[in-house]
Design a binder for this molecule. Structure first.
Ligand SMILES: C[S@@+](CC[C@H](N)C(=O)[O-])C[C@H]1O[C@@H](n2cnc3c(N)ncnc32)[C@H](O)[C@@H]1O
Length: 251
């Protein structure tokens, strides 16, 4: 069972799509080359990037290994009237379900660090490169584990939202180990006066920026640029828990 089985519905509540779109849409407009027409989201989760990029006019497909996340993605895309092909596959083996190459491949929202070892990370990156046309662009967004480990905060800011149907609150408690970081996500979801409590556990490989840089190059990408936010501030210019890698398949 993957960490997202059962968690998918709560994960989707955790993400405010409107706020996220405000933060990320301009980034994609700036970074995607004019000639790019097709995008593959290799960890599509509940479908946020598939929906946004499809609405921005790109031909979009999504891959994810979690049946539960894909089920929520299908519902989210249908609710927006979007037709996007989604595939259930492991990113490292996704060639078996793809029947075309893409101008852009994505891995957003701290997904690649689910790969537990350097070898798995390299396989995932090589598979992403294989899905690209020559000269295609690869965008990877994840936590900056160097910054997270430096601060070593046990609790990170929680989300609270009240709306017509009820309310939800999320608190993150982080356990830091040498080769693994564990996000314990505590949620309280209230619907019509009844509250449900859950603790979801998601584990990541706290891969450093330096190691990612090396692996991205080893996977055969070129012209790597590293940013620390969606405004394209170069990495290291300010404190941030985000890191974004942008690289290209050889032309
Ligand atoms: C933190 S979620 C992020 C989802 C989405 N990218 C977003 O930003 O909202 C990570 C996603 O990666 C998927 N995932 C983890 N390991 C995977 C793998 N080896 N192959 C494909 N998907 C994977 C999980 O099922 C989950 O949907």
């Amino acid at each position: 069972m993957d960490s997202y089985t059962g968690f998918a519905e709560r994960f989707d509540l955790l993400i405010d799509w409107d706020r996220r779109r405000k933060r990320e849409e301009t980034f994609f407009r700036r970074v995607l080359p004019e000639k790019a027409k097709s995008v593959l989201d290799c960890h599509c989760g509940t479908g946020f990037h598939c929906a946004m990029l499809s609405e921005m006019g790109y031909y979009t497909e999504g891959v994810d290994c979690s049946e539960d996340m894909l089920r929520v993605a299908v519902r989210n895309l249908e609710a927006r009237g979007l037709s996007v092909r989604l595939h259930k596959a492991d990113v490292k083996e996704m060639q078996s379900v793809l029947d075309r190459k893409f101008d852009c491949v994505l891995s957003m929202g701290n997904s690649l660090p689910h790969e537990p070892t350097d070898d798995c990370l390299l396989k995932a990156l090589a598979s992403m490169r294989q899905a690209l046309v020559p000269g295609g662009i690869c965008i990877i967004h994840m936590e900056d584990y160097d910054a997270l480990y430096k601060d070593h905060d046990r609790f990170i800011p929680s989300t609270y939202r009240r709306h017509q149907n009820g309310a939800e609150a999320f608190i993150f408690a982080i356990d830091y180990f040498q080769d693994q970081v564990v996000f314990n996500i505590l949620s309280i979801i209230e619907r019509e006066g009844n509250a449900e409590f859950h603790a979801d556990v998601v584990k990541y490989n706290p891969v450093s920026v330096k190691k990612m840089e090396r692996l991205i190059q080893e996977a055969g990408f070129t012209d790597l640029a590293i940013y620390c936010d969606f405004r394209l501030t170069p990495h290291g210019m300010r404190e941030s828990y985000d890191v974004i890698f942008v690289a290209y398949a050889p032309a």
